[in-house]
Design a protein around this ligand. Sequence first.
Ligand SMILES: Nc1ncnc2c1ncn2[C@@H]1O[C@H](COP(=O)(O)OP(=O)(O)O)[C@@H](O)[C@H]1O
Ligand SMILES: Cc1ncsc1CCOP(=O)(O)O
Ligand SMILES: [Mg+2]
Length: 267
Amino acid sequence: MQNQTTPGTLLTAMRANPPLVQCITNYVAMNIAANVMLAAGASPAMVHAEEEAGEFAAISGALTINIGTLSTGWMAGMVSAAQSATKAGKPWVLDPVAHYATSFRRKAVAELLELNPAIIRGNASEIIALAGGTSRGRGVDSRDPVELAEESATLLARKYRSVIAVTGATDFVTDGNRAVRIEGGSPLMTQVTALGCALTCLVGAFAATRPEDPFDASVAALTAFAVAGERAAREAAGPGSFSWRFLDALAALDETVIDREARIIPA
Ligand SMILES: Nc1ncnc2c1ncn2[C@@H]1O[C@H](COP(=O)(O)OP(=O)(O)O)[C@@H](O)[C@H]1O
Ligand SMILES: Cc1ncsc1CCOP(=O)(O)O
Ligand SMILES: [Mg+2]
């Protein structure tokens, strides 16, 4: 990272001025995503109605759009919000949940990609399919390793001029030139629903804090999850206790802890 920017300094900057982030996420994720945002120090607002989504995007620091439980009405709100965010110069983040599963989702994602997301955050199966590759994905969970998605991520970053954040056992982030891998987290994170969706919202929070550098913002958010996930897993007996321990671990993170325990490896 350049200019002394680290996940820790970005975390401190975010908490000093908690960003309002409009999260258009899914019914499954809304509660845990909002709690993750509050634990990390951001201010989430789950606002998706077509009648107000665009207006709200203009007053938010960043916008996140997740197609997990898509409907026609929600899609109208997503398009309006993305257009408004772009017009206002605010970064927006796309989470293309299971976009390969149905033609409705494929069309929606194609339309959203035209609206210039600053960052795309997805699991390996989603990123491989987005680049036109052969993905093993069927539903919302990844069935491919991140290593197989790295080339797809680089292609997508250059094609859409976006940062691509691919998550899994070891995360991969690229803007088409720079790339890093982030180690940490826990397999228990795949057993708590919507943690990936919640991470997308947190990426939005860091992007609001550092809109001029979506790469560093993405790395900071993924590193916060990696460190908090690893810490929470140490004492967890299973997915239930992991879930609340993860929120506690996120809230307990500070600049020193996150920068000391971060494992960010240039790729
Ligand atoms: N096997 C794993 N080991 C460690 N961390 C993981 C593992 N699988 C996923 N994660 C972490 O879980 C979070 C959600 O990622 P992922 O499961 O890929 O997203 P999604 O829920 O969208 O499929 C990320 O922080 C990621 O690093
Ligand atoms: C189970 C489910 N069904 C539709 S959206 C959703 C949540 C997906 O969450 P994540 O992408 O974080 O695994
Ligand atoms: Mg997901």
